[in-house]
Each structure stands twice: as C-alpha cells, then as structure tokens.
Design a protein around this ligand. Sequence first.
Ligand code: SF4
Length: 207
Amino acid sequence: MPVVINYKICDLAPECGGIEVCPTGAFFWNKKTKRPDVDNKKCTSCGVCARECPVNAILVATTEKEYQKLLKKVKNDPRSEKELWRERLGCQPGRTPPLATIVTQRNFSKEVLKAKGMIALDVWSEETLDCRYHSLLWDEVKVSEKFKLRKLDGGKYTQLAKKLEATRLPTLLFFKDGQEIGRKEGYLYSKDKALVKKQIKRLLDSS
Ligand code: SF4
C-alpha cells in the first residue's frame, strides 16, 4: 500500500505526469472516479511519480507503517481545499473553468504555445516563500473567463523560464493563440491588482 494521493491539491488531470512516468503501469487514470489512481499491487515504491508531481500531491511510502502515517497526514491536513488551491495555484476551484493548469516541460507546448485563445501564464517559484505570497491570486484579479490560467514553477523549470525571459519571478505572461501579447514582471502586491485588471481589460479590448 505505498502511494497516497492528496486529492485536495491534485489538479485531477487525465494527462497527469505520474501516469506517463510510472515504469510498472501502477499509476493510471481511473475512468470511474475521473482522477489519477494507483494500483498499489503493481507499485514498487520507486518514487518516480512523486518527483513528477509539481504540487507534491503524490506521497510514496515504503512500509505499511509509513503508508498509514501518510494517510493520516493527508486526512488530518487542517487546511481547507480552498486554501490549498490558493496557496499552491493562486486560485481556487470553481464550478466553471478556468482552474489553473500546471505547466511543465512536458506539456508546455500543448498548454501554452499550441493552445487556442487567451492564456495567462504565471511563472512563479514554489520554493521561495515570498514568491508564493506575492504571486498572482488569479481569482482576485481575473476579469474575464476568456483567459485560462496556467502556472509554471520557474524555480524548477529554469530553462523554460529562461527561454520565456521570465527570470524575475513571479512573472505573469499573456498569450493569444500561442503568441505573447503582454507581461507583468515582479511581485504582485494588493495595490497592483487594479493595474493588472486594467492590463487584462486592455488586452481583451485590443484582441
Ligand atoms: S511509486 Fe513508482 S511504481 Fe509506484 S506508482 Fe509511483 S512511479 Fe509507479
């Protein structure tokens, strides 16, 4: 029983990287529950899936005792789902899109460059507390459902961040049909929210 998935912070995506990298086929997309799942009988506790998860939603144990401990940890996590989403992704789940989609090296092309329509790509660093605090709280500044939010951990995917010239984190980039149409660099303080809102409105008007 080695893997525990914290579904509170999992973005429940069928394209979950864990499915792709699992060497034994233990990690799979569960069509019934519509979420990533693990067949623990096939799992060898190699930990590859956990390293792939950008939000640390996959926890791997090597012993039954450790597994029980992880189950308890996830169950007793005092933070609400809403708080976890805001902390990790700068937005919270709603009934309608957009939820933030995590971008990695693997899906960058599909989720940003080849994506149709408007994309707001928030490049932040999971490791820097300041960066997390002052990264975008999308649900506070978004003015239109037209923009879909993507989040890229620039501290982890440094080459990708460099390629985007997003070296000052957090940086918010706007794309239309895969082309960059604007950006906002640096920390986002409360006073900046109105400015970002205006910027998004301007981009919408001119597109
Ligand atoms: S720990 Fe290894 S074997 Fe188990 S689900 Fe993850 S990648 Fe697959």
